[in-house]
Design a protein around this ligand. Structure first.
Ligand SMILES: NC(=O)C1=CN([C@@H]2O[C@H](COP(=O)(O)OP(=O)(O)OC[C@H]3O[C@@H](n4cnc5c(N)ncnc54)[C@H](OP(=O)(O)O)[C@@H]3O)[C@@H](O)[C@H]2O)C=CC1
Ligand SMILES: CC(C)(CO)C(=O)C(=O)O
Length: 343
C-alpha cells in the first residue's frame, strides 16, 4: 500500500476508471466512488486497463470501489470524473463528506469548470486538469485508451508531489501555468463530440471522411474567432499550431488519414464521450462544449451559426428527435442558418 496521499476517483466511468487504474498500477493510493453496477463488477471480475502498449489486470481484492460517498472523508485529493451535467449531485456528496481544503481535480471537458465548481464546493481547492485522449469502456471495469496523449494539470504543489511517481511511467502528468489556454485548445477538439455522436460512426470512420472534417473545421473557425475576441491564444498541444488545424482538417482524405489519424493514434473502436451519452439516452455536455462557443460568441457579437446548428440538433436528439445525420445534411442546415433561414 502506498504511503502517499489518498486519491479518491469520483465517478468510476470511462475516464475515472482509466485514470484511477493507471495511477493504481503506478502504486498510488486510489479508491473509487462509482455506481452499484461498477461496485458489483469490481467485486465479481476485478478490473483491466489497457493503453500505451500496456495492460494491467486487477483482482477484486486490489480494488476499493464503493457506491457510498462517505469514503471521501479521508481523501486528500478527489479526482472529479463525472460528466459536467452531474456536477451538482457530485458537489453535494463531496460537501457532505470531504474535509475542507481537499483538492478537487476536475478532469472534465469544458473551459469553465473551476469557476462553475468553486461556488458549489466552497472551502475546497479546485484544480483544473485536461485529458486529451479518448477512452472506451467495453465492460463496467474494463477500460481502453483509444487515442494518444497525456494528462495536463494546472500547476499545484500538492498534486505535483502526489503524482510524481507517474514521471517514470507511460502516463506522466504534465503541469502548466497557463491552463486556460490548454482548456480552450481541448475545446477545439471537443467541438467534434456532437458531430461524432450525430454521425453514428466511430471516430476513425468519421474523421476519415473530409465531409465531416470540413464541418469540424467550420465549428473550430468560429471558436477561434470567439477566442480572438476574448484575447485567448489556445495552447499548442500537438505538432500544429491550433489556428492551422482547421486548414489541416480540410486536406484530402489520403493525406489526412496518413498523417492526422496516425499521429493521434485513433483506434478503430474509439467514439466520443457524447456518442456514449447518445447510446445511453443520457443528457449530453453540449452546453459546456459547443454551447460555450455560442454563449461567448453572443457576448462578443461573433456569429456562430454552425455551432448553434449543432447545439440545436443535439438538444433535439436529447428530447427524442432524430439522432443520426449525414454530414451533407448538417452542412445544408448550417448554410440555411447562415442565409438567415430556419434550421
Ligand atoms: N470518455 C472520454 O473519452 C473522455 C471524456 N472526457 C471527459 O471526462 C468526463 C467524464 O466522462 P466519461 O468518463 O466519459 O463519463 P462516464 O459517463 O463514462 O463516467 C462518469 C461516471 O460517473 C458516474 N456518476 C455520476 N454521478 C455519480 C455519483 N453522484 N456517484 C457515483 N457515480 C456517479 C456515472 O454513472 P451514470 O452513468 O450512472 O450516471 C458514470 O459511471 C466528462 O467531462 C468528459 O467530457 C475527457 C476526455 C475523454
Ligand atoms: C478525446 C476526445 C476529444 C475524443 O473525442 C474527448 O474528449 C471525448 O470523447 O470527450
Amino acid at each position: 500500500m502506498s504511503a502517499g496521499p489518498r486519491i479518491v476517483i469520483f465517478g468510476a466511468g470511462s475516464i475515472g476508471c482509466h485514470v484511477g487504474l493507471t495511477w493504481l498500477a503506478a502504486g498510488l493510493d486510489i479508491r473509487f466512488v462509482g455506481r452499484p453496477s461498477v461496485v458489483q463488477a469490481a467485486a465479481d471480475e476485478g478490473a483491466c486497463v489497457e493503453g500505451d502498449d500496456e495492460s494491467h489486470l486487477f483482482a477484486p481484492m486490489d480494488l476499493v470501489v464503493s457506491d457510498r460517498p462517505d469514503i471521501l472523508a479521508d481523501a486528500d485529493i478527489i479526482a472529479l470524473c463525472v460528466k459536467t451535467t452531474d456536477d451538482l449531485e457530485a458537489a453535494r456528496a463531496i460537501t457532505a463528506h470531504a474535509r475542507p481544503g481537499t483538492i478537487i481535480l476536475s478532469l472534465q471537458n469544458g473551459v469553465e469548470n473551476a469557476s462553475r465548481l468553486q461556488p458549489l464546493l466552497p472551502g475546497m481547492t479546485i484544480v483544473e486538469g485536461m485529458v486529451p485522449y479518448n477512452v472506451i469502456r467495453p465492460t463496467p471495469t474494463h477500460v481502453r485508451k483509444t487515442s494518444a496523449g497525456n494528462i495536463i494539470v494546472a500547476r499545484n504543489a500538492v498534486l505535483e508531489a502526489a503524482l510524481a511517481p507517474l514521471k517514470s511511467t507511460a502516463s506522466p502528468v504534465e503541469f502548466v501555468d497557463e491552463m486556460r489556454a490548454v482548456k480552450w485548445s481541448k475545446l477545439l477538439l471537443n467541438l467534434n463530440n456532437p458531430l461524432n455522436a450525430l454521425s453514428g460512426l466511430t471516430l476513425h470512420e468519421q474523421l476519415s471522411d473530409c465531409a465531416w472534417r470540413r464541418l469540424l473545421a467550420t465549428l473550430q473557425s468560429e471558436c477561434l474567432e470567439v477566442m480572438s475576441a476574448e484575447d485567448i491564444e489556445p495552447a499548442k498541444l500537438g505538432p500544429l499550431p491550433p489556428r492551422l488545424i482547421p486548414h489541416f482538417l480540410t486536406t484530402p482524405d489520403w493525406f489526412f488519414n496518413r498523417t492526422g489519424l496516425k499521429l493521434q493514434k485513433i483506434t478503430r473502436d474509439a467514439r466520443s464521450s457524447m456518442a456514449d451519452d447518445f447510446a445511453a439516452g443520457r443528457r449530453t455536455e453540449i452546453d459546456f462544449l459547443n454551447g460555450t462557443v455560442v454563449g461567448h460568441g453572443r457576448r462578443h457579437g461573433v456569429p456562430c451559426p454552425a455551432n448553434e446548428t449543432v447545439v440545436d440538433l443535439v438538444k433535439h436528439a436529447e428530447c427524442g428527435a432524430r439522432k443520426s445525420w449525414k454530414a451533407g445534411e448538417i452542412a445544408e442546415l448550417i448554410n440555411r442558418r447562415m442565409a438567415g433561414g430556419a434550421s
